[in-house]
Design a protein around this ligand. Structure first.
Ligand code: UDP
Length: 235
């Protein structure tokens, strides 16, 4: 089956990268490396933004000044990026790690032009350290990086199958919404994707898919338009 979108920005939340083994779960990272390999084989060009909630969230580090806490959070995403790059390289997949906070010798600086070249040549580009600025989230980074590399869509891998009318953790009767506009998403005050990020996507007409990567082939199915909830775009 053909891809609905060729160039995609895959946002992998930190919450799906941690596990019983600790914050950096071998099984979870290997799963995503395989998912990326499969999507690439099907012809997709994939950029990735890694979250960091499995390592640290700025807001939770209340014993630190907020700017310091958020910087710790951003550096946590760099750990995820490093691990993912290694697992992709181990599978023979060319992968570039770009960090919004400079760490020479470990990651390249973020460079949208180089990133686009790398994507066009078949490499996976991993963006770490969020936007490089405190007080925002990696969802916002995902939208900005997607726009910067001309991605057709943002695919957010989440713990839940998509966008629900209400928080499914609190309201088990909440219904899954298959398609909604950015404006509807924002008006409902939904939280599965950061509202600030959705507002930027809305301004630029960038479609978003929230989906659950709970089984093999999920990323490819999301790229084919067969999985998750679509925010914006044509149903
Ligand atoms: N963060 C930040 N600026 C950014 C992106 C992230 O300050 O541009 C910090 C923020 O403290 C956040 C943490 O990094 O809590 C981890 O990112 P996020 O919560 O978005 O990760 P996810 O929920 O996707 O795992």
């Amino acid at each position: 089956m053909s891809l609905r979108w060729k160039r995609a920005l895959l946002k992998i939340s930190g919450e799906v990268l941690g596990g019983k083994e600790g914050p950096l779960d071998k099984g979870a990272f290997s799963f995503y490396a395989e998912e990326i390999a499969q999507a690439r084989q099907a012809g997709a060009e994939l950029a990735v933004v890694v979250g960091g909630g499995n390592v640290a969230r700025g807001a939770a580090l209340s014993f630190l000044p907020p700017t310091a806490g958020h910087t710790v959070g951003m550096l946590g995403t760099l750990l995820n990026g490093l691990v993912l790059r290694e697992l992709l390289l181990a599978r023979g997949i060319p992968a570039v790690l770009m960090s919004a906070l400079p760490v020479p010798g470990v990651a390249e600086p973020v460079d949208p032009w180089q990133a686009k070249e790398a994507l066009a040549s078949g490499a996976v580009v991993i963006f770490a350290a969020g936007t490089g600025n405190p007080y925002v989230t990696t969802d916002t980074a995902a939208i900005i990086r997607a726009l910067s590399v001309d991605a057709d869509v943002v695919l957010k891998a989440s713990k839940v199958p998509g966008v629900f009318e209400d928080d499914p953790a609190r309201n088990p009767n909440a219904k899954l919404i298959h398609h909604l506009s950015h404006a509807e998403y924002l008006a409902r005050g939904l939280r599965v994707m950061d509202g600030a990020a959705v507002a930027i996507a809305q301004e630029h007409g960038l479609p978003l898919v929230v989906f659950q990567a709970d089984r093999e082939g999920a990323v490819l199915e999301a790229l084919q338009g067969k999985r998750g909830s679509l925010i914006g775009g044509e149903p």
